[in-house]
Design a protein around this ligand. Sequence first.
Ligand SMILES: Nc1ncnc2c1ncn2[C@@H]1O[C@H](COP(=O)(O)OP(=O)(O)OP(=O)(O)O)[C@@H](O)[C@H]1O
Ligand SMILES: [Mg+2]
Length: 297
Amino acid sequence: MGLLRVEGLSKRFGGLRAIENLSFEVSPGSVQAIIGPNGAGKTTLLNLLSGLYVPDTGRVAVDGHDLAGRPAHRFAAAGLARTFQNLQVFFNMTALENVMTGRHLRESQALLPALLRLEPMVWAEHRSRARALELMQQVGLGAWTGARADAMPYGALKRLEIARALALEPKLLLLDEPAAGLNPTEAREIDALIRTLAAGGMTVLLVEHNMALVMEVSDRVLVLDHGTKLAEGTPAEVARDERVIEAYLGVEGLVTESATEGAAQGTGGTLDMRGALDMHGTLGNTAPAARQAGGHA
Ligand SMILES: Nc1ncnc2c1ncn2[C@@H]1O[C@H](COP(=O)(O)OP(=O)(O)OP(=O)(O)O)[C@@H](O)[C@H]1O
Ligand SMILES: [Mg+2]
């Protein structure tokens, strides 16, 4: 049974069908990626899956709890935590304080015992701080604990958001483009971090445009296009799916002279998803060769 189960989910904005009758599951302990062109509905989906948007129709179950349309804190209480495509960091706080805000829900659940003096508040605070420090080490931010967030580089802030999400001690972690805007070295660090989390049993649902990362870390990939499921399977399966190549690389007109050049140079033999689908990368250079390879598959 899926840790996350989505059935018939739909969300419209006026006349725009951002998510249309979408169903899928995420198995416990797996890493699932959601890919798709800009505007495909990926962030809208994460917003529906974390209680920020109310769906028009459909069901969302987290760990057996039916939560569609419930507020975000109910999703969090069921074991879901997330990061945002656009950083949601408290810039006037230190890095450690940012991570500790993630523990708020857990600690507020422990409020009753604290009020009853079963556990002094000061102990809870101490425990919370110790765990936040541990998480900062885990995401590679051990050197930044006392820094104010506004003094931290972008790559570190992306990891700070992950640490804050982990502070909720989730079963299911949703990441919206964790590698966006990172250089290749930083992206590999995110790659390593996701693998470490997965090895520790975390279930991860990841939206990402960096195909090298997607191919590397995912057990399964779901491809969204215009709010619907275009394809789903292992990274290798979706990489050779004609419809996926079509959705990313578009119209026939993309096959230009450079396609022939690519084929002549021997680059057209296999589909290199890493280049072909990296929409923030060099689509123009790799698309024609990839399309040709796909066409012969
Ligand atoms: N709050 C909103 N109100 C109206 N339209 C919205 C809203 N949120 C998203 N949309 C629209 O829904 C569609 C899907 O947007 P979404 O942000 O989910 O795409 P995405 O796949 O995350 O794209 P990207 O890869 O660029 O992040 C887009 O056409 C977008 O303009
Ligand atoms: Mg998005």
